[in-house]
Write a protein that binds this ligand. Sequence first.
Ligand SMILES: C[S@@+](CC[C@H](N)C(=O)[O-])C[C@H]1O[C@@H](n2cnc3c(N)ncnc32)[C@H](O)[C@@H]1O
Length: 564
Amino acid sequence: MRRGPLTPGEQIPVSDSQRQRKQRGAFFTPPELSRHLVAWAVRTPSDKVLEPSCGEASFLIPAGERLQELAGGRPVHGDQLRGIELHEPSAARARELLAGAGLQGSVIAGDFFEFEAPGSYDAVVGNPPYVRYQSFTGEARVRASERALRHGVRLTRLASSWAPFVIHASDFLKTDGRMALVLPAELLTVNYAAEVRRFLLNRFGRIRLILFEELVFPGVLEDVVLLLAEGMGPAPHFEVLQVRDAAALASLDVEGWEQYQPDAEGKWTPALLDDTAVDLYRELTNREEISPLLAWGETSLGAVTGNNRYFSRTGEQVAASGLPERDLVRISPPGSRHLRGLTFTERAWQELVRAGAAGYLFYPRKNPLSKAAANYVAEGEAAGVHLAYKCRVRTPWYRVPLVQVPDLLLTYMDYERPRLVTNQARLRHLNSLYGVFLRREVRQLGQDLLPMAAINSFTMLGAEMVGRAYGGGMLKLEPREADKLPVPSPELVNACATELRALRPQLAKALRQNNLAAAVKLVDRVILTKGMGLTHRDIQVIRGAREFLFARRATRGGGSGGKN
Ligand SMILES: C[S@@+](CC[C@H](N)C(=O)[O-])C[C@H]1O[C@@H](n2cnc3c(N)ncnc32)[C@H](O)[C@@H]1O
């Protein structure tokens, strides 16, 4: 491990590989965050401060400085600063850094879950490790789960390490102590964290959360929140404040706090909107004129080939390999960019294929293989395609399990909105798209009008609410989230059918010109104003809320390239 001068937050020693760090959940906290949390949690010069999982003392050092400042420059007493850290070299480094900063304190190397909680600290500050359940196993997990169980919190198999950390950490506090932690934003979203949310609301009297519009950990794609918990519980709700970035912590808007009670689903997006918008959203979602997409039909994944380059073929490739038609299946080419309009027609598919898109899937008819198919299979084996995981696990490896032809195609990774498109060309789809299989009673209506009816502001707000922000500012819908997408109900679409049909040419033109705003306005007038009787003000609230969530997602996309 590297020795010599090293300041907090500086590059981690080379010997501590990325992988090892990930396994321990070692991401060090930027100083703006740790200073802010410490300034809030440490209140008097005699406070005792604990940083569990202290890494290289990102919180201990500002805590020591804060104590000194509160004491008018007098030195900190040795037992006022305590760190615990699993990784011995980091613990040693933390000691060196403390000494280098002229601070007394102790850092013990060990597993935090092995320490009994004395309930004697005024402040517990830090950034627990976020080790995902796949790596958080064995004895470490058993110990952590036992600690949580002592509080009646039964964590599921899916819980990451931060969850029991929060629970055990709170045990170290005096009754009026303050806990200030950096936690993954999944505290507010994932199901398994519901237990932790309940625990926090029970244990503490006041709980505040600071959310960020931008990702604040340099080089780390984890979306984090700051937890500030104090007093004895129960607390009636969380209070949430959203700020732009770490620098904004220096001037917090004290008026900006919103009350927030996570719903059963645990989505945190509503916490970002004001109450008027959330109330209106909930009210409209419950109206009969709105139904979840699932009421129209099931959404499911497309076919997984295991190797799209090999299995999907352009017209030219088909001609070159001499594959007969019976060894091919027509598909919507990989990707989703080509799905811009309301309907994917036969003509559009032919144009795409002429322009070089891979509109065919290699799907050889059985026994015997045609000569061209046998050659192509041999080519695949020579290139090792059959060794790819998805190919290896099926027999024969070259038969992609086909999915039925869906009625509608649905994009699920988008910048602006998920797009529903009628599959008029009756193409199969790969897993770059979802397929929607409409119920028999509404099939005709859905194929005809649902893609149009779904281009309304409320459904677009719904997409932001049920989906999740992904790297690059994209909005991702999982199939089960797509099921919940609020769309106009079959009854409403039926009632508006004549007007929707009349809109088709104008709508198609607006979409061709990439003018989504114009398209939405047209549909809003029919669906929201006439169909549902919403006022101009209601529609403004819905559009404002959608714009806000969209802008938030898009801003954070600027800096990151992966999942957040
Ligand atoms: C997210 S880092 C945070 C480090 C530091 N608190 C900071 O904010 O810069 C998490 C740290 O927890 C340590 N860690 C992981 N599991 C631990 C455990 N069971 N007990 C104590 N420390 C642990 C890791 O080695 C890593 O240094």
